[in-house]
Design a protein around this ligand. Structure first.
Ligand code: NAD
Ligand code: AKB
Length: 316
């Protein structure tokens, strides 16, 4: 029986859905408490608003939680529509998690950051881990602040916060949650429905992305790494695979030569071009052994197969 008692906050989202399942497999269902603003009894997701500090504290105390995965956030595109709300959720939620974790002596906290922390004054290729962080979105600003608070809580209170800057995550289990990289999930749904895909980024907008299996493995690997391997206390860059809308479209065409796309860039184009095109993840590789497994073709094959199942079952 595992001694690890895990709380996942934001478990109903794109990453949380898959991470919760994986953590249940590793640590046992009885040791994983999946929560979200939107509860889902079928998926064992309990109601928790991370902005409600008393409710958060109660759940940590009652269940003797010693690890937290804090995923709840408002992503880049949604955040730009309501910046103050995005700031309140992203910062208020994080503060509640860090303060409660210190109060109840939680061993480890996972806090995902993002490629959205980058902005002006970066090399777009192989963007290094340590470089000025001048993001263009409220989401990026909140994640830069979050990284700095993670480092502060580690240095001041010894709270073992571990963080990764995820690229755009591509998975088939859910739709994506209001980001600029969502097109790379949406495109597979249009393909499965034999619809024309209207892409909200221009055809040559290259961005760093990662397949969901690599994303989840990275998360578990950094959390399981011995503490002396975690040397970056803000957040680690990790790379998966970089591509443009044109390149992913061409990868899908190999499976469906009739698939059609048109490009209608909207406000997300300006966000996308402020982000890196590829990421230097040498610190994650050296410190805790990070290595991605999926390239564009392998990921495309799995996405096409799995997204097709959405439209052949009545579950979604
Ligand atoms: P998502 O939007 O799919 O899921 C977020 C979940 O948080 C949702 O289920 C939502 O209901 C929940 N939530 C929102 N407000 C809440 C609140 N007040 N209390 C509790 N739950 C609340 O997001 P995701 O894609 O799963 O992202 C998870 C984390 O990973 C986020 O912190 C995000 O910044 C980070 N991240 C994601 C990506 C990506 O491409 N998906 C890339 C980089 C970083
Ligand atoms: C978004 O596009 O906002 C997210 C991210 C890269 O953080 N997918």
């Amino acid at each position: 029986m595992s001694d690890t008692k895990i709380l996942i906050i934001g478990a109903g989202g794109q990453i949380g859905t898959v991470l919760s399942e994986k953590l249940c497999e590793i640590y046992g269902k009885a040791n994983v408490f999946a929560t979200d603003l939107k509860p889902n009894l079928e998926k064992n997701i309990l109601a928790l608003d991370v902005l409600d500090k008393d409710a958060l504290s109660q759940i940590i105390k009652d269940n003797k939680i010693n690890e937290i995965y804090h995923l709840a956030a408002i992503l880049s595109a949604t955040g730009e529509k309501n910046p103050k709300w995005a700031w309140d959720v992203n910062m208020g939620g994080l503060f509640n998690v860090f303060e409660s974790a210190v109060e109840f002596k939680v061993n480890k906290v996972f806090y995902p950051s993002t490629i959205a922390v980058f902005g002006e004054e970066i090399p777009l290729q192989n963007t290094p881990n340590h470089i000025p962080l001048i993001p263009a979105t409220v989401y990026g600003i909140s994640k830069v602040a979050g990284e700095l608070w993670a480092s502060y809580f580690y240095n001041k209170f010894g709270l073992d916060v571990r963080s990764i800057r995820y690229p755009g995550v591509i998975g088939y289990q859910t739709l994506a949650g209001g980001g600029t990289t969502d097109y790379a999930v949406d495109i597979f749904h249009s393909n499965a429905k034999n619809e024309l895909y209207q892409c909200f980024l221009s055809e040559d907008t290259t961005l760093p992305m990662i397949f969901i299996d690599d994303c989840i493995r990275a998360t578990i690997e950094i959390m399981q790494a011995p503490i002396d391997q975690i040397k970056v206390r803000t957040s680690y860059n990790i790379a998966g695979v970089s591509f443009s809308p044109k390149e992913i479209y061409e990868a899908i065409l190999k499976f469906n030569p009739n698939f059609k796309i048109e490009y209608k860039p909207d406000f997300r184009q300006a966000i996308a071009i402020s982000w890196p095109q590829s990421i230097d993840d040498s610190l994650a590789k050296n410190d805790w052994g990070w290595k991605p497994n999926f390239d564009l073709d392998e990921m495309t094959k799995i996405m096409i197969q799995e997204v097709a199942k959405w439209y052949h079952t009545s579950n979604n």
